[in-house]
Design a protein around this ligand. Structure first.
Ligand SMILES: NC(=O)c1ccc[n+]([C@@H]2O[C@H](COP(=O)([O-])OP(=O)(O)OC[C@H]3O[C@@H](n4cnc5c(N)ncnc54)[C@H](OP(=O)(O)O)[C@@H]3O)[C@@H](O)[C@H]2O)c1
Length: 198
């Protein structure tokens, strides 16, 4: 009897401790996931304006959708009108936001960026957030009509120029936060400035 009692204690004791630990871990993962689900994000960004480049697919589309969900006035900066319109309709349906606008820009073209920035600052002088997301990778070495390597132009020079044109605009009085996605090193450009708070 005492041997049986000893054996069952040896099995059930550690077993129930292990089960409790597993259940607690599972519970904390559920709480963590709930808190990090942007659908439960209570931050209200109504009145803010954001520009996301490459907003028609992947990371850019998801970011645009979540920002639109939080009430941000979104400018989807895409290089293809057709793909941009398609994404805009999908983001509008998913986020229930009617504050979405399509802007056309080819971030590998400095001329396109300059005219986009001009249009942007004329139509929306208060830009709070710029997400430099558009990027390419794995392309063969080719030159743009402006003589730049297409990958370098798209991933580095384009975002650099767009950020600086928007940041340096004298009419933009809003606190401005550039977010580098394609090139994390771009943050170094702004290290002398404290990050703007939205
Ligand atoms: N996915 C990952 O695992 C990963 C990991 C680390 C970093 N990232 C970074 O996250 C960002 C997005 O990645 P992703 O996976 O979402 O890429 P993706 O699905 O290929 O999307 C890239 C977006 O950039 C746009 N784009 C490309 N060239 C452009 C140009 N010249 N002008 C304007 N838009 C242009 C594309 O438009 P079109 O569709 O019209 O071509 C597309 O909307 C990139 O900066 C990437 O470096 C991604």
């Amino acid at each position: 009897m005492s041997l049986w009692f000893l054996l069952s204690t040896l099995v059930w004791g550690p077993g129930s401790v292990l089960l409790t630990v597993v259940l607690l871990l599972r519970l904390s993962v559920c709480i963590w996931c709930y808190l990090w689900d942007l659908q439960h994000c209570s931050t209200d960004l109504t009145g803010k304006t954001a520009v996301v480049t490459g907003a028609n697919s992947g990371v850019g589309k998801s970011v645009s959708q979540e920002l639109a969900h939080c009430g941000v006035h979104m400018i989807l900066a895409c290089c293809s009108h057709e793909r941009g319109q398609q994404a805009l309709a999908q983001i509008r349906a998913a986020s229930q936001s009617n504050q979405l606008l399509l802007g056309e820009v080819d971030v590998s073209s400095m001329a396109s960026i300059r005219s986009f920035a001009q249009w942007l600052l004329r139509e929306h002088p208060e830009i709070h957030l710029l997400v430099n997301n558009a990027a390419v990778c794995g392309l063969p070495t080719t030159r743009t009509p402006e003589g730049l390597d297409v990958t370098f132009a798209t991933n580095y020079i384009g975002p650099f120029l767009l950020t600086n044109l928007l940041q340096a605009a004298p009419i933009s009085r809003a606190p401005f936060a550039p977010v580098p996605v394609s090139v994390p090193a771009l943050t170094l450009l702004h290290e002398d400035q404290p990050p703007a708070r939205l």
